[in-house]
Ligand binder design. Structure first.
Ligand SMILES: C[S@@+](CC[C@H](N)C(=O)[O-])C[C@H]1O[C@@H](n2cnc3c(N)ncnc32)[C@H](O)[C@@H]1O
Length: 245
């Protein structure tokens, strides 16, 4: 069940999200749009961090996003993209209009059954759906510790579980691929990144400050981050590809 308060937390930010959140490896795009196509829809596009990798992959790139604040940043940044206010459960795009739908870091916020019906409606027959998530690398102790502070509900899982499923109504699952990459990031930017995460956005000032202090103390005690201004952050990107049945 989707937590509506967390799902709507992105109405509060835009520029900070775009500045501090990680991007995506180009290999993720290769998996869902290996050849240039007529039209791609990026759903739950946010500020366009995944959309920006799609602009040379289609004649027409459409971004749909429910937060005006996020969409405003996308519009300013990606002037050739058709940016539309809307949601996965009510996509403002005609039937069978796109070859590919991408959903980066957002499918877990969707009401899955109506969203799948809407995605199937806007896809051409045989069109592809790609679900993409960045995760912390389970081998990176300090980043995993920070994730446990930010997402206590995830607990001791390896942090790479997602809301993707082998079976989605109206789709055939073609496969899943895991990409590994590393981002060089400054300590201050790493801490700012946490302030753009849903649990921090909905927290009160005291709770948010306490979570940031806990993450700082992890960084002050882990040998890989202790006393450093910048470090290498390993990131795991999972890509799940489906075909419209
Ligand atoms: C973590 S952000 C990811 C944004 C962007 N795709 C990226 O990877 O940077 C999740 C996005 O999903 C959007 N979202 C939440 N509920 C949604 C829904 N029901 N339909 C479409 N987008 C939704 C949020 O507004 C937010 O922009």
């Amino acid at each position: 069940m989707v937590d509506e308060v967390l799902a709507r937390s992105f109405e509060r930010i835009g520029a900070e999200y775009d500045r501090y959140r990680p991007g995506f490896p180009p290999g993720a795009v290769e998996l869902i749009a290996p050849d240039r196509v007529g039209a791609i829809l990026d759903l739950g596009a946010g500020t366009g961090k995944f959309t920006e990798l799609l602009t040379d992959r289609a004649e027409r790139v459409v971004a749909v996003e429910p937060s005006e604040a996020m969409l405003g940043v996308l519009r300013a940044k990606l002037t050739t993209v058709e940016a539309l206010l809307g949601s996965a459960e009510s996509i403002p795009v005609a039937d069978a209009a796109v070859d590919v739908v991408s959903v980066a870091q957002a499918f877990h916020w969707f009401d899955r059954i109506p969203a799948c019906a809407e995605i199937a409606r806007v896809l051409k027959p045989g069109g592809l759906l790609g679900l993409i998530w960045n995760h912390s690398d389970p081998a990176c102790g300090w980043d995993r510790a920070a994730h446990r502070i930010a997402h206590p509900a995830v607990g001791e899982s390896d942090g790479t579980t997602t809301s993707a499923a082998d079976e989605l109504p109206g789709f055939d699952h073609l496969g899943a691929t895991r990409l590994r990459w590393t981002e060089r990031i400054g300590r201050a930017d790493y801490l700012k990144r946490w302030s753009t995460v849903s649990t921090f956005l909905v927290a009160g000032d005291d709770e948010r400050n306490a979570m940031i202090a806990e993450i700082e103390s992890v960084m002050d005690s882990d040998p890989e981050t202790q006393g450093r201004e910048a470090f290498d952050l390993p990131i795991v990107t999972d890509v799940f590809v489906y075909r419209r049945a």
